[in-house]
Design a protein around this ligand. Structure first.
Ligand code: MTE
Length: 329
């Protein structure tokens, strides 16, 4: 997103699997009682036999066997799995779009704990398993719009963020919530470079975090998250630019004052706290009027108009009543 911009690597059709594979997989999951498969259909049977690394771990299985379908994004065409898992931004593993897929194998996602701090009655260190095993998981098909002007449709699996945050009983002083990614250069080779002040940090205003659209995701395409997509747990905030959707979260802190995010720190003239998708406000380096919906060919690019709040106006516009959105990158 910053610093080094390689030539935009368009995905060509031969790289991708068809959406039918995902839909078949969904069907297959139902038939098999929800064995979550993250691989192409052909690979799926082999993976089941040899122990699929994307199958949910034992404490998550009941929740994954019971994923509730929702109306979100019905009618949208999800990106092929191969595209969503090989065209990523996860700078902890490098700046190339395929670096996260190639280099994130070293990330240990189990056991995983999350520290909850700050203005809440319930604080401490919590095992992610304990959160997931009693969770009601939902599938939500959302558009993900990156500030670099590409987008994809992704079927996420997760829990409404509000449901998780409420468990910690934030106090009336909690006006914002701050999130932090794991900082471990031994596992995250990109963190051995100091171009970013690690760990990756993000934040939301409390009412944004409590909006029903905000999702704490632990899976995609019916399976657990692959490492490159932010395993084992990440945010998905679909009305904001993708960089707000922080990956591999290890810390949640309820705070009184607006926190500073990684991007605000790094380039305050380019990135603001709100980062709502807005076709009327250009980023200094990228026009935001249009977006390239992946998969998109080199010769026939799939370019569409960007929508205000990424098309989620009805759900979120009221959060910003009275704010000058032209000034709120
Ligand atoms: N979270 C962390 N920890 N590190 C990152 O580099 N990149 C962000 C966001 N979350 C990023 C991150 C950006 S710029 C985008 S567009 C989305 O993740 C990309 O999510 P995806 O790779 O699953 O499509």
């Amino acid at each position: 997103m910053l610093i080094k911009h390689k030539k935009r690597s368009d995905c060509s059709e031969h790289e991708v699997t068809d959406q039918a594979v995902y839909l078949n997989r969904r069907q297959f999951m139902k038939v098999t009682g929800g064995a979550a498969l993250g691989l192409g259909f052909g690979n799926a049977f082999a993976a089941l036999q040899s122990g699929n690394p994307l199958a949910p771990p034992a404490p998550w299985q009941a929740a994954f066997n019971n994923i509730r379908e929702t109306a979100y994004g019905q009618g949208e065409k999800p990106a092929p799995y191969d595209v969503a898992t090989t065209y990523n931004n996860f700078y902890e593993f490098g700046y190339g779009k395929d670096d996260p897929a190639k280099r994130s194998g070293s990330l240990e996602t189990r056991p995983w704990s999350i520290a909850v701090e700050g203005e809440a009655d319930v604080t401490g260190v919590f095992d992610l398993d304990d959160i997931i095993k009693e969770a009601l998981l939902e599938e939500r098909i959302y558009r993900l719009r990156c500030v670099e002007a590409w987008s994809m449709v992704i079927p996420w699996v997760g829990i409404p963020l509000a449901d998780v945050l409420k468990k910690f009983k934030p106090t009336s002083k909690a006006k914002y919530v701050y999130f932090e990614t794991l900082h471990d250069p031994a596992q995250m080779p990109g963190q051995r470079r100091s171009s970013i002040d690690w760990p990756y940090r993000e934040g939301l205003r409390m009412d944004e975090a409590m909006n029903p659209l905000a999702l704490l995701s632990v899976g995609m395409y019916g399976s657990i998250l692959p490492n490159q997509n932010g395993a084992p747990v990440r945010l998905v905030v679909p009305w904001k630019y993708g960089f707000k959707s922080i990956k591999s979260i290890v810390k949640i802190r309820f705070v009184e004052k607006q926190p500073t995010s990684t991007w605000m720190d790094l380039a305050p003239n380019e990135y603001g706290f709100y980062a709502n998708v807005n076709p009327e406000v250009d980023h200094p380096r990228w026009s935001q009027k249009e977006e390239r919906r992946l998969p998109s060919g080199v010769f026939l690019p799939n370019v569409i108009e960007t929508q205000m709040f990424n098309g989620y106006q009805e759900e979120v516009a009221s959060l910003y009543n009275g704010m000058d959105l032209k000034r709120q990158f």
